[in-house]
Design a protein around this ligand. Sequence first.
Ligand code: HEC
Ligand code: HEC
Length: 322
Amino acid sequence: MKKVAILSAAVLCILSVAFISGTLPAGSPFATKDGTQEHLGELLFFDPILSATRTISCASCHIPAFGFADTSAVSTGIHGRKGTRNAPSCTNLAERPYFFYDGRAATLPDQIHFPIENKDEMGLPYAEAVARVSASKTYLARFKKVYGAPPNGKNLAQALAAYMTTLETSNTPFDRFMNGDSTAISVSAQRGRELFMSPRAKCFDCHFSPDFTGDEFRNIGLFDGQRLNDSGRFTISKDMNDIGKFKVPGLRNVAVTAPYMHNGMFRTLRQVLNYYNDPFKTVPHPINTDSLLLQPLNLTETEITDLENFLITLSDDRFKKH
Ligand code: HEC
Ligand code: HEC
């Protein structure tokens, strides 16, 4: 047992040493075309060069096989440091009007410097990240080819943002069903879909549009000012009405992005659904909960299973292996 652990640590070590800046690790599920801005962004996304210790890349927390989300409730950054929020999926962000659970970035390029500079994530001043990338002969040549200029703050962010806009997913059983293949999803998932949109379950009131988000900030009861003390949107807007509101996440690929919510407090979709069924059972004294969620939904076990089966149909085929 111990031998295996030592062996795998050694393998990991070799793997990280063997990572050469400007080359991609094998198995990236959304490979982009060489020579494009998106490909340059893809190389950077997987490259630990952007972290102070050269050990953490964007993909360390946004793990491709898990819908580009993290499997831990909170992620581990440089020096083993833990953040306070769950790393969400980077898929289906192209249409979003703001980023992060509190919406503090307005565009994808605006978002890039946050994880690079965050001391619990990559911990590198943004100017230094640009300098490092410029010092790499491979990157210098690639930036010149794509942008006709060496790396700078703007094109570094542009390249990463461009890669993330390639992570749009619609190869799902749900989409095939909507396009007329009536057998693409099970009968239970079909019932779940109806329920999802019904006034009984209310999901669609907040999770609508093709990506299942209305791009609003809402409070589902996960702030009580004590054990749950992340006030969400309020930290940015300072508007009392925003206390405990978080950006409504899109639900595509949600079956592979556990754990769930801004703090990763639920490990399974079942736990999420049980929560919605009677939020007060889990959080007895929430502050500022949305009026939609003040009464228990009283869903039956079968209805909860139907909703769960529906959510599973939203996963892109490229994430099927789990
Ligand atoms: C150490 C873990 C970690 C690393 C490394 C990391 N992220 Fe994140 N990422 C997070 C967490 C946690 C959040 C949520 C933070 C919040 O909402 O306040 C997040 C949020 C995001 C979002 C917003 C998603 C949304 O739905 O609004 C994007 C986009 C993103 N990260 C891209 C990146 C890119 C690009 C990199 C590399 C330059 C990167 N991340 C590196 C943990 C990480
Ligand atoms: C009042 C608006 C609202 C309603 C109604 C609502 N949601 Fe949500 N949902 C949210 C918000 C806001 C979050 C993020 C909360 C957080 O991170 O703390 C969320 C998070 C989730 C998540 C976790 C996603 C992730 O990646 O972590 C799932 C799954 C989910 N909702 C499914 C549903 C289902 C199914 C229903 C119906 C039973 C539903 N929601 C009803 C607003 C709503």
